[in-house]
Every structure is written in structure tokens, then in C-alpha cells.
Design a protein around this ligand. Structure first.
Ligand code: 5GP
Ligand code: MN
Length: 330
């Protein structure tokens, strides 16, 4: 952190980027860092591989985020001219799609700030801790180290968003440290009611109808009732006017079923089949996603993908997970 502090002692052109399908932690930690670095006087851009959900679009300066997928040339020029690139909430350049090539080809100093398991080495500096509840927790510690006085209400709200969403509203194994950080953010004036309403109580009618449809028509059990899964085809999504973020939280309903220790949501997107894995207890979906679905993440929350047909993807999942039937009965 001291080396990074020295580096940031002179003005830089900085890019902040985060993983594809950015979530609350990805956007919250990126905008917290963005709002802080512009206060320091740096020239900063946040570039994301694709769009992020509307329920995050109230965060201060979220309207300044550049979407690579529809501003390629502009993004590539900005990356080319940058001297420092922050990579937040991902640990492998494959997680930012084609943007990865431009970042890896750039001469800029690359800084990884992340909490996912087993990072690939593409960086010059790293702030990495798998015990952190969210990347926003690591960004908080970094900003505190740089200059605690610059952490204002807007920055605090962005950090809180990252911690809130990545801990499942403080439900997953959170530490006393996390609660102390949130205590500090509260003292900096954040409005918790407002943030929670913006994130969790601003669902569209279509989103709730899609959830209802998925739970009543698409939720299935397997492996003796220890596994639950939901498969949504492209047509299912189109029928419900799907927008980014509309399946957020859905997989957790599957995991909440009694005796279910692994849950999966499979979604057919235009390009590929996307998997969202969740587990409770000892079974590592990180290892499972790495082994069978080109993915990874955390022990109890991971993702992956496959470029194949939906039915093939489901068969592959059922076949792979049934090998663990003994391990899943706890
Ligand atoms: P989600 O299911 O919410 O999309 O993702 C759960 C966790 O797994 C997140 O921490 C996310 O960053 C990670 N993740 C999701 N998809 C992938 C993937 O395709 N590859 C890797 N390595 N991680 C993923
Ligand atoms: Mn995260």
C-alpha cells in the first residue's frame, strides 16, 4: 500500500475496471475508488465490460461509467493513454472479456484489488485477501490508508453498497471488522434506509413476475433433494422483458430449501450458457465451477459458463454434481 501511495503521489491517468455483469460490489468498489481518486486530482475513468443493473444507477457518478461493449474505440483509447489501471473484484483477465487483451497489452501499472480465490498473476501491485467479505472492504482499507479524511458520504455509500450486496445483507460469514467498517461509514453520513430501498425494494413488475414464474415452473430438485436448480431459456427471459439484474437473488431461493446444499441457476444468454452456483456448508462450488464449467469465485458462491446448448449444459451439470451425492448429504 505504501508503494501504491507513493505512485499516486503524482497525477496519473487512471482506469478502473471490473468484471463482466458487474454486481453491487464491482460497481460500489469501483465508484468509491473513482470518487476518491478524482478528489486527489487524478484523471480517472471507470470502464466496465458490459452494462450493470439499474438498481445501482443512483451511486454518485454512476452516470460517468463507460460501457466497453458500446464504446469500444473510446475505451481502447482511454486504456492506451492510461498510466495506472485498477482491476477490481476479479482475479483473471478472462473475466473482462475482450477488454482483457487491451489491459494486458498496456504499459500501465496494473493494480489488483480483489477477494476471489486463486488469482492469476497479471498485475504489478495487489491488495488481495480472500477473507475479505467484499472488494469494497479492501478498497475501504486502502482509501483509509491513503487519506481517511477524503472519504465523504458519496464514497461511503458506494463502499456500503459493495459490502451490503456481497455479504447478502450481512447474512454470510461476516466479521466484526466488517461491522466496524460499516459503523465508520454510518458516521460519515450514509443513509442506510435510502440505499436498501434503492437496491432491494425497487424491483420492476417484470422482475417479480419472472421470479414467480421461475419458482413455480422451473425450480427442480436433484441428487436426493440435496441439489436445487432453475433453468431459464432465452425465450423465458424475453417473455418477461428481462433486464440486467432481474435474476439477481433468484438462486438464493433455491438454496433456501430445506436439505438443499447446492443450488444452481442456469441462464441462456445470446452468447453462452451462464451458471450461478451457491452452496451452504463444506461443499466448494469454487472448485466445482473451476473443474467443470470454466469458472470460479468463492467457496459458497461461484459462477461459470459454457458455449453449448442449454440441454447439454444441464446434462453436464446433473452428471457432474451426481458424482458428489455422498458429499452433499449433510
Ligand atoms: P454470480 O453467480 O453472482 O454471478 O457470481 C458469484 C461469484 O462467482 C461472484 O464472486 C463472481 O465474481 C464469481 N463468478 C461468476 N461467474 C464467474 C465466472 O464465469 N468465472 C469466474 N472465475 N468467477 C465467476
Ligand atoms: Mn465481490
Amino acid at each position: 500500500m505504501q508503494k501504491l501511495k507513493d505512485l499516486l503521489g503524482t497525477n496519473h491517468k487512471i482506469v478502473i475496471t471490473t468484471h463482466v455483469n458487474p454486481d453491487g460490489d464491482a460497481i460500489g468498489s469501483s465508484l468509491a475508488l473513482y470518487n476518491f481518486l478524482i478528489k486527489m486530482g487524478h484523471h480517472v475513468n471507470v470502464i466496465v465490460p458490459n452494462d450493470f443493473p439499474d438498481f445501482l444507477k443512483w451511486i454518485h457518478n454512476s452516470d460517468k461509467v463507460i460501457n466497453y461493449s458500446n464504446s469500444r474505440e473510446e475505451s481502447e483509447n482511454i486504456i492506451k493513454n492510461s498510466s495506472v489501471i485498477f482491476c477490481l473484484d476479479f482475479n483473471n483477465l478472462s473475466r473482462i472479456n475482450e477488454m482483457g487483451e487491451y489491459i494486458s497489452g498496456s504499459d500501465a501499472k496494473k493494480v489488483l484489488i480483489d477477494h476471489h480465490l486463486e488469482p492469476v498473476n497479471f498485475y504489478d501491485f495487489k491488495i488481495h485477501d480472500t477473507s475479505a467479505s467484499a472488494t469494497a472492504e479492501l478498497v475501504y482499507e486502502f482509501l483509509n490508508y491513503l487519506d481517511a479524511e477524503l472519504i465523504d458520504k458519496n464514497i461511503s455509500e458506494a463502499l456500503y453498497t459493495g459490502i451490503l450486496t456481497d455479504t447478502g445483507s450481512f447474512k454470510f460469514s461476516t466479521t466484526s471488522k466488517v461491522h466496524r467498517i460499516v459503523g465508520d461509514l454510518l458516521e460519515r453520513g450514509i443513509d442506510i434506509n435510502h440505499i436498501n430501498k434503492a437496491i432491494y425494494d425497487s424491483n420492476s413488475y417484470d422482475k417479480i413476475k419472472l421470479m414467480g414464474y421461475a419458482l413455480s415452473e422451473k425450480l427442480k430438485l436433484a441428487v436426493g433433494g440435496n441439489v436445487a436448480y432453475i433453468v431459464l431459456s432465452r425465450q423465458d427471459l424475453l417473455d418477461h422483458n428481462f433486464k440486467k439484474g432481474d435474476t439477481e437473488g433468484l438462486v438464493n431461493y433455491a438454496l433456501s430449501i430445506e436439505n438443499v446444499n447446492v443450488a444452481l441457476l442456469i441462464i441462456e444468454t445470446k452468447e453462452r450458457i451462464k451458471f450461478s452456483f451457491r452452496s451452504s456448508g463444506s461443499f466448494s462450488v469454487n472448485e466445482f465451477a473451476r473443474k467443470y464449467f470454466n469458472g470460479g469465485g468463492h467457496k459458497n458462491a461461484a459462477g461459470g459458463s459454457l458455449e453449448d446448448k442449454l440441454s447439454v449444459a444441464l446434462d453436464k451439470f446433473l452428471e457432474s454434481i451426481s458424482k458428489y451425492s455422498k458429499d452433499l448429504n449433510y
